[in-house]
Ligand binder design. Structure first.
Ligand code: GLN
Length: 494
């Protein structure tokens, strides 16, 4: 039994715990065993505190015996190293936050904790969530469980890899331009980025505040619905959080698509899409039709402007958000600086990695006097056009479906020396963040090389129920989300 516990979905784990078929300690131990076996290869975790996790599991088992209930009582979850969990390190994959420990819980963490969840460990990420491969981490790269020579995607690559390798039942991530959806697609998991403002950003370390959103990496859509139900809702500590009434998203887990109109954005099917990705998406469209959906073409004409717009806005916001890391308050401080300017300068020069520095410089330039209007102001106006494209498309359909990424997982190192190529790979994911809408990626097949392909579903703002319905109906009719890499099936050592 315990060998299989690490493969469970969250809901299955809850069911086993409630039925008394296993204890939380047994569940945590099963995951720790799986981590001990696989993580030396995958390197999805940056930090683990097994004793703490076991202690919390014991406490959960006792609480259950004493009659306490909670929707996630005794259920372990992995957390991207960008969300504050009280008492745990929070380094954002950066040298500059080395040694920093969180004094408080992020709101989403507090909400999960109130339901009894246990926070198993910190997952690897691109430094400050800047990247698409997890290679920009001060902790070294994570590997893709489907092929150890490939990247897991990024920036929530650690979260995606540990869920795919059965080293976690589910994980949290953050998505500013695709960082939940793209790694979920590369690793064959389910990734949900909710509408901007649906989840509180309090306690999420900021990269680009107008785009950042917490998201989930899970084994299926039903688990994403459960986590969203627990975490969503207004938080007085985040003024951008939306005042939505409590919603049970699991009610949208309906296994058919009758009456649903799905739009195919023409621009997302043009251009350089890998053949294996295209094939997998095309067969998914047949499944949608068989489930009763009507499929039609729509257009998002400003798509070609999305990458420059996203990289301008995100770098501009990052350059101000990251100004706080100066060696005074948080983490790393350069030794022996003679004066305060030298302290700031050297701490930042030594603490930040290459990609973060590149973006701070680009962002500072875009915001500087004389250039602000030409770059930042213009990008904001194009952002409005992109949002309007979606509004127009949603006039004639309930959701859009498209590839999550133009290709499957890159080889390690393949795009590191060519940042532009790296940025261009984000073309299908950055648009949802610019428009503020939700997006869901689900596994829909494999390329001939055996790498997972992700299908993306996009819905109007606060259309999470549609995302969940479409994703769940697909998963009710297919088995792709149940596939596990050979590594996790217990055989096939690479
Ligand atoms: N890959 C994108 C970037 O590098 C998205 C990152 C993210 O969503 N945090 O900015």
């Amino acid at each position: 039994m315990s060998a299989c516990l690490s493969k469970l979905t969250l809901r299955e784990a809850v069911h086993h715990l409630e039925a008394g078929e296993c204890g939380s300690l047994e569940l945590v131990d099963a995951l720790l065993a799986s981590i001990a076996e696989r993580d030396p290869l995958i390197r999805g975790y940056l930090h683990l505190d097994p004793e703490q996790a076991r202690e919390e599991a014991r406490a959960a088992d006792q609480a259950r015996a004493a009659g306490r209930r909670g929707r996630l009582l005794g259920v372990p979850i992995a957390v991207k190293d960008v969300l504050n969990v009280r008492g745990q390190p929070c380094t954002c994959g950066s040298r500059i936050l080395r040694g920093y420990r969180s004094p408080y819980d992020a709101t989403v963490i507090a909400r999960l904790r109130a339901e009894g969840a246990i926070f198993l460990g910190r997952t690897n990420m691109d430094e400050f969530a800047m990247g698409s491969t997890t290679e920009n981490s001060a902790g070294g790269p994570t590997r893709n469980p489907w092929n150890l020579e490939r990247v897991p995607g990024g920036s929530s690559g650690g979260s995606a890899a540990v869920v795919a390798a059965d080293e976690a039942l589910a994980a949290l991530g953050s998505d500013t331009g695709g960082s939940v959806r793209q790694p979920a697609a590369f690793c064959g998991c389910t990734g949900l980025k909710p509408t901007y403002g649906l989840l509180s950003r309090y306690g999420l370390v900021a990269y680009a505040s107008s785009l950042d959103q917490v998201g989930t990496l899970t084994k299926d859509v039903a688990d994403a619905a459960l986590l969203l139900t627990i975490m969503a809702g207004r938080d007085p500590r985040d003024s951008t959080s939306l005042d939505v009434p409590p919603t049970d998203y699991t009610e949208a887990l309906i296994p058919d698509l009758r009456g649903i109109r799905l739009g195919l954005p023409k621009e997302y099917f043009e251009g350089a899409i890998e053949e294996g990705v295209k094939r997998a998406i095309e067969s998914a469209l047949e499944v949608f039709r068989a489930l009763g959906a009507e499929v039609r073409e729509v257009t998002l004409p400003h798509t070609p402007l999305a990458i420059p717009t996203y990289y301008l806005i995100s770098c501009a916001e990052a350059s101000t958000n990251l100004a706080r890391y100066d060696g005074v308050r948080y983490g790393y401080r350069t030794p022996d600086a003679a004066d305060v300017d030298t302290l700031h300068e050297r701490t930042r020069a030594e603490g930040f990695g290459r990609e973060v520095k590149r973006r701070i410089i680009l962002g500072t330039y875009a915001l500087s006097r004389g250039y602000y209007e030409a770059y930042y102001g213009r990008a904001q106006r194009v952002r409005t056009l992109i949002r309007r494209d979606f509004e127009a498309a949603f006039q004639s359909c309930d959701a859009l479906v498209a590839p999550t990424t133009p290709t499957a997982a890159y080889r390690l190192g393949e795009r590191l020396d060519d940042p532009l190529q790296m940025y261009l790979g984000d073309i299908f994911t950055v648009t949802a963040n610019l428009a503020g809408i939700g997006g869901l990626t689900i596994p829909c097949g494999f390329t001939p090389e055996g790498l997972p392909v992700g299908l993306q579903i996009l819905a109007p703002a606060l259309g999470e129920r549609v995302l969940i319905r479409v994703g769940h109906a697909y998963q009710s009719a297919t088995e792709w989300h149940r596939r596990r890499p050979p590594l996790a099936a217990g055989g096939g050592r690479p």
